[in-house]
Write a protein that binds this ligand. Structure first.
Ligand code: OAD
Length: 249
């Protein structure tokens, strides 16, 4: 309770908030994590065998089908209480005149479906696919599987998932924005992320340099837990609604 009240107070008075989310935020929606997605006949593969440019070059049909199945799974899942509370926290902070930046490593679009706006999808999006020839990106919300894998585009190539694969760089503009906001924030929250993957690991250092209060929300300890001002050992679905009520309710 003391911890909740302390965090609520900090959030209520914040001027610039940055939130980084990861797979844990979607766990309560039933979205399998990266490794959890290797289900059924996919379990004989490792993520590295399917989520790389080399894998797509070698076997575009298999990779496109795996991502299309994950796309359908994400579309069939619903945002959970944590997603909704975060959208309400954003709205309350914006109404207070504060700035709010949501950086997500999730490709499932559940934040947007819960009402979050201006979400920075640093690892791309499962509903977006881009042409291998022209790099034109299109969105696919149809809950039916693609007719063929990979799907030909109207632009002369085939569609590949518009996500960041192992070995691919993040978009420079996303990185610059994330760094800039972290260096300028007074509250930084990492929610449902193990933060082992670059660049997420670096964001907290920028926030600490900025003198921000740093908050981790994760039922398990992470390699960065000791760096945070507050480590909340609860799920995002349990804690974020309580935090919203305590800070703005
Ligand atoms: P991980 O699967 O590495 O970590 C998920 C974290 O969520 C873990 O620390 C869990 O303890 C925590 N968690 C589980 N359930 C939770 C809940 N209900 N509420 C809050 N936290 C919970 O996922 P990410 O950190 O997102 O990259 O992984 C980062 C990136 O690594 C992914 O985006 C992907 C992967 O390689 C790419 O695809 C490029």
């Amino acid at each position: 309770m003391e911890q909740l009240d302390a965090i609520a107070q900090v959030l209520r008075h914040a001027k610039s908030v940055v939130v980084l989310t990861g797979a844990g935020v979607s766990a309560e929606s039933g979205i399998p994590t990266f490794r959890g997605a290797m289900e059924g006949h996919w379990s004989k593969y490792s993520p590295q065998e399917l989520a790389t440019p080399e894998a797509f070059a070698r076997d575009p049909q298999r990779v496109a089908q795996w991502y299309d199945e994950r796309r359908l799974k994400a579309l069939a899942c619903q945002p959970n209480a944590g997603h909704f509370a975060l959208a309400k926290i954003q709205e309350a902070l914006l109404n207070n005149g504060a700035s709010f930046t949501l950086l997500t490593q999730n490709v499932d679009q559940l934040h947007q479906r819960a009402g979050s706006t201006d979400v920075v999808e640093i690892h791309g999006s499962i509903v977006k696919w881009r042409c291998t020839k022209t790099h034109t990106s299109d969105e696919f919300y149809d809950p039916e599987p693609f007719e063929t894998h990979p799907l030909p585009t109207p632009y002369g190539g085939v569609y590949r998932p518009d996500v960041v694969w192992f070995g691919e760089p993040l978009k420079t503009e996303d990185l610059a924005l994330a760094k800039g906001m972290c260096l300028d924030c007074d509250v930084y929250m990492a929610i449902g992320t193990s933060a082992v993957v670059y660049p997420a690991t670096g964001f907290i250092s920028y926030a600490i340099d900025a003198g921000a209060t740093t908050i981790e929300i994760n039922p398990a300890e992470t390699i960065l837990s000791s760096e945070f001002s507050h480590s909340v050992r609860e799920t995002s679905g349990d804690f974020l609604p309580e935090l919203y009520e305590a800070a703005f309710g």
